[in-house]
Design a protein around this ligand. Structure first.
Ligand code: GTP
Ligand code: MG
Length: 393
């Protein structure tokens, strides 16, 4: 028989599928994980602005990583370097040491060529959003800067103008920054975010006590301009808006539950509970990718993933079957078969438990974060979360 995994191609099951070997499962896990990350694609952001305006700091605050430090830089044109983060789903065009005037002209010329190239197929490098940064304390916006923004927009790039290092007190923006933003807005530039300048402060300023602000606003404005095809990559890459990650994961779990219910529509003999596992492996892989867990953060993590999703998924499947089953009303059909409802419930429990493992790995759970994940720890977490899923039913 074949099982349709959520969002993937039908996976042939070996004969006597109730006993998928650990080796087969490990291979399946690696393949599904690779597929899930490939399906995310890559979100490419271009960041422009004068030296010291706060480009790196802002990117760091929203994506939680110094892409320029961790990525492999590739000069694409004079003054513009493209970094692909090793995780694969985030790319950054950084205009290091950017100055307006002739240097700006050279960048625009380079970009024109680039945009032409990716229109011809290298979609992978397409710029999905462009931030133009202005530091509030500069208090002036030169005509060369204005010209540059117009040219970027003229190339078809969705440009968001961002004011950086903006001080606020009690939620109130410094009046001079507000006035400066209004001046820029008054120029009628062809910019996104509804023509607004987005005001941000990416780092708490110890001296003035100005808190971090405006980052969610900038992220929301960025989502608004990003094509649906790379929204998943943006969701995986950003570390600011956990709600968006959770919402994506909820969709993935629901899809897997629907597939599981389909598998259980013809009640499965109790002993064949492992029939549910390939779909669960796909779901787990997609959840992992959706959260933006580094696919290869470390050898320890990769090994842990393999253990959980080989031994773990099987264990989870069996554990769940033996211990969850009796809690599902009407779960048992003819005494020893798994119904659609039960198949769905089991899959949901596995999905929720794995989500929590991911959140734990990212430091989003009250327990904090294990920097150095090892396999037994992950397995233990997974099973304890699974038990809680059972209790909370
Ligand atoms: N308080 C505060 N400081 C900031 C902020 N953004 C940047 N800084 C500081 O300003 C300095 C320059 O920031 P960077 O992020 O390196 O600026 P950049 O635009 O990447 O500079 P180049 O790479 O040289 O073009 C650093 O000392 C930062 O700590 C901010 O939002 N708030
Ligand atoms: Mg920088």
């Amino acid at each position: 028989m074949t099982i349709e995994p959520a969002g993937g191609t039908p996976a042939p099951l070996p004969p006597g599928a109730a006993d998928i070997s650990a080796g087969q499962l490990e291979g399946m896990f690696q393949q599904r994980l690779a597929e899930a990350f490939a399906a995310l694609g890559c979100f490419n952001l271009a960041v422009f602005g004068k030296t010291g305006v706060g480009k790196s700091t802002l990117v760091n605050a929203i994506f939680g990583r110094d892409v320029a430090l961790t990525g492999l830089g590739r000069p694409v044109t004079k003054g513009l370097v493209y970094y692909r983060h090793p995780d694969g789903f985030l790319g950054l065009y950084d205009s290091e040491g950017f100055e307006t005037g002739t240097a700006g002209d050279a960048i625009v010329d380079g970009l024109r060529r680039l945009v032409g190239e990716y229109r011809q197929g290298s979609v992978d490098l397409q710029i999905h959003a462009a931030w133009y940064l202005v530091r509030w304390s500069d208090r002036r916006f030169e005509s060369a800067q204005e010209q540059f923004v117009r040219e970027l927009a003229g190339l078809g790039l969705p440009v968001i103008v961002v004011m950086t290092q903006v001080p606020t007190r009690d939620g109130q923006v410094h009046p001079d920054a507000r006035e400066f933003a209004e001046y820029i807005e008054g120029l009628g530039l062809p910019i996104r975010a509804g023509g607004r300048v987005v005001l941000t402060n990416a780092r708490m300023d110890e001296f003035s006590g100005s808190p971090v602000s405006g980052l969610q606003d900038l992220l929301d404005a960025t989502y608004d301009v990003v094509p649906e095809a790379v929204a998943g990559a943006l969701t995986a890459a950003q570390v600011l808006d956990i709600g968006r990650k959770k919402a994506r994961v909820a969709t993935i779990i629901n899809q897997a539950v629907a597939v599981a219910a389909g598998i259980g529509a013809t009640p499965i003999p109790f002993a064949d509970a492992a029939l549910l596992v390939p779909n669960q492996v796909t779901m787990i892989a997609r959840i992992t990718a959706a959260y933006g867990l580094p696919p290869n953060r470390s050898k320890a993590f990769a090994a842990a993933g393999a253990v959980v999703l080989t031994g773990g998924a099987t264990m989870a499947g069996r554990y769940a079957v033996t211990s969850l089953l009796k809690f599902v009303p009407g779960g048992m059909v003819a005494g020893s078969a798994i119904s659609a409802a039960v198949a769905g419930t089991l899959t949901k429990a596995v999905g929720l438990a794995w989500s929590r493992v991911c959140e734990h790995a990212l430091g989003l759970t009250p327990e904090g974060r294990d920097q150095f994940f090892n396999s037994p720890q992950v397995t233990e977490r997974f099973l304890s979360y699974l038990k809680e899923a059972k209790r909370s039913r």
